[in-house]
Design a protein around this ligand. Structure first.
Ligand code: OOG
Ligand code: MG
Length: 264
């Protein structure tokens, strides 16, 4: 797959999408104006958004995979995963008040996150290799907020928009990779006390560690890899749940505690 966008177009699209993120307004999906854009172009735009944040002094604190479960792919009408970066200010503490005004139309997702202790690189990383390179697995809830009108996009548009990344909350219970069978760990999401989604780790590519392996392979296409010490969110286990101001979310993880937040 090759590039179709000029450097100027990449810079312009990155500025456009980042402004929409920072000022919380929705935009039309960028493939409407650039129908020939490829995933390589989209990833160029995403890396340019990342460069802009780093230039302003933000630190990168991890990576995320998106659309790694059938529930999510079906919900969004997309058939392949995407990825994104996590900047320092995306991270909120457990029980946080999430400021609704800073967001457009947020949704929440129950995920598992892996923290690596060895580098992972190349197109053929296995689940076993990921587990061997994992220091900890932690429950994490992602708040996504597509900058696109009505949350409607294609894979190219969403990859350029840093895969809808906006905030995340990490739980306080961490486990060793060998402590649980990550495919069968259950999650229950409650909104305002009512169960709205349930699922298990295997919803993500049969095993959430497979999502880390897929990230290594997607990064490898650009000559990049996953360094030791990387925090990686592996993708929503269930469909994402739309929230409104005033909603409170609790996600219960089997034997791994809860992660909560309130939208204010
Ligand atoms: C894209 C991001 C999806 C996940 O965990 O599947 C994602 C979107 O649905 O807006 O983060
Ligand atoms: Mg997610």
């Amino acid at each position: 797959m090759s590039r179709t966008l000029s450097k100027e177009a990449v810079a312009k699209l990155a500025e456009h999408l980042e402004k929409a993120e920072l000022e919380a307004f929705e935009v039309t999906k960028i493939t409407d104006d650039y129908p020939d854009m490829t995933m390589v172009d989209a990833t160029d735009v995403q890396w340019e958004i990342r460069r802009r944040k780093e230039q302003r002094g933000h630190k990168m604190v991890g990576m995320k995979m998106g659309l790694t479960s059938w529930a999510k792919m079906k919900q969004m009408g997309v058939e392949k995963p995407c990825y994104g970066f996590l900047a320092d200010y995306f991270s909120l503490s457990d029980n946080a008040d999430v400021k609704f005004d800073e967001l457009i139309h947020p949704k929440v997702e129950a995920e598992l996150a892996f923290v690596t202790n060895k580098p992972l690189s190349g197109p053929d990383v296995t689940v076993e290799q990921v587990l061997d390179a994992t220091e900890l697995v932690v429950p994490a809830v992602e708040i996504i907020d597509s900058r696109y009108k009505d949350f409607k996009f294609d894979l190219v548009s969403v990859q350029a928009d840093n895969s809808s990344s906006t905030r995340f909350v990490v739980g306080s219970h961490a486990a060793k990779p060998e402590d649980f069978d990550w495919a069968t760990v259950g999650v229950v999401m409650q909104k305002n006390g009512e169960v709205v989604e349930v699922g298990a780790g295997a919803a993500v590519l049969d095993h959430p560690a497979a999502s880390v392996a897929m990230l290594a392979s997607m990064l490898d296409e650009r000559g990049e890899s996953i360094p030791a010490g990387t925090f990686i969110m592996t993708g929503g286990i269930t469909a994402a749940v739309l929230v409104e101001r005033g909603d409170s979310i609790v996600v219960r993880y089997q034997d791994l505690g809860t992660v909560s937040m309130r939208f204010v």
